[in-house]
Design a binder for this molecule. Structure first.
Ligand code: GLY
Length: 346
């Protein structure tokens, strides 16, 4: 698996880039990372760079933006000997990695995640791609970056909402694989040691990805909360109040926990316990989705990449720290859990 550096020195970065010896360096940024993160990166690099610009937001994670990235790479004279640095959150990492891996049949790329979400999840594990027909990551490939370079100083540039969004994946990791971490999260009011938390989460993700890099089996547990969560996120994509990924996954975990309880996997006490925590943590973006939209979301879940034999398959937890994958769930079970969740309005 690709190396992951957390808060390593400028000297190390320069050495790694000198070893790659690229003919050109393109750095992909959006309007936020251009202002808040690019100057810090530039102060660490010796080489001239070409800045490749994209708009921020999941709505721009599409084939049109991909085309714009290739166009900018072309205009900058980049070749397969060039290097792309993806300086941003999950959207830039996934889309920039895909652009770099396909331009002239592929050049090296480095993931430089600037959000909590991309530090603990998106930048690790080689999933690249874009959304298509409002379906999340529908077009994509698996390809490892040359390395992941994490600088936790960038977390200081994030809004509370962005941090809370990233924390959705932290909660997910704890619930699928680390009961101790779950207990710690529940009792911690304010995170002081981000580096430690990021390291812990990367260790969980790395272990799963190492066991199953191409998601033939166990890697599906990383999608706990995501079957329902992605459908909710997609539903919000074109609305005037888009929902950040981690919030959607928070709501997805709530609904999937109800399904797990209804299937006799998760005890009532544990389901209530976890869902109370989640509802408490994500209260500031009340769901405004009408109950009548539930059937549209269930239809989206029928296109989920984890499905098999025409069945919706979910990753559901049995208890904090233990997750099962390939659990068949019927549209009726999902509809009933969504209605019961109290997250949707009449
Ligand atoms: N974010 C889920 C995965 O990387 O498999």
């Amino acid at each position: 698996m690709h190396p992951i550096h957390i808060n390593s020195s400028k000297k190390t970065l320069r050495k790694i880039i000198a070893e790659i010896n690229p003919d050109k360096i393109g750095v992909i940024v959006d309007e936020n990372t251009k202002v808040h993160c690019l100057p810090r990166l530039q102060s660490k690099l010796k080489q001239r760079i070409s800045v490749i610009r994209v708009h921020s937001g999941e709505i721009f994670k599409d084939t049109d933006t991909l085309h714009e990235i290739w166009e900018q790479m072309y205009r900058a004279g980049m070749t397969r000997k060039s290097l792309t640095i993806n300086l941003g959150g999950g959207v830039i990492g996934d889309m920039g990695g895909f652009a770099a891996s396909t331009y002239m049949r592929g050049m090296q790329f480095i993931q430089m995640p600037t959000t909590l979400l991309s530090m603990v999840d998106a930048s690790v594990g080689g999933k690249l791609g874009v959304d298509f027909h409002q379906m999340k990551n529908f077009i994509g490939i698996f390809k490892e970056p040359h390395m992941v370079w994490i600088d936790t100083k960038y977390l200081k540039t994030l809004s509370t909402q962005e941090i809370k969004s990233g924390f959705g994946e932290v909660i997910k990791h704890s619930l699928i694989a680390d009961e101790k971490l779950w207990k710690k999260i529940r009792t911690t009011k304010k995170i002081k040691h981000w580096k430690t938390l990021v390291k812990q989460n990367i260790a969980i993700k790395k272990a799963v990805v190492k066991a199953d890099p191409y998601e033939g089996g166990i890697r599906k547990i990383l999608n706990y909360g995501h079957t329902v969560g992605h459908a909710i996120e997609s539903h919000y994509l074109t609305s005037s109040t888009p929902l950040l990924h981690g919030y959607a996954i928070g709501f997805g975990m709530i609904i999937e926990n109800i399904i797990s309880y209804q299937k006799g996997m998760l005890s009532k006490k544990q389901m209530k316990d976890i869902n109370t925590y989640l509802k408490d943590y994500y209260p500031c973006h009340p769901m405004k989705v009408k109950k009548s939209s539930i059937s549209k979301m269930v239809d989206m879940m029928k296109m989920d990449k984890k499905n098999a034999n025409g069945e919706i398959r979910m990753s559901l937890i049995e208890k904090p720290g233990r997750c099962h994958y390939n659990v068949p769930v019927s549209p009726a079970e999902i509809t009933s859990a969504m209605e019961e969740s109290g997250l949707f309005v009449r």
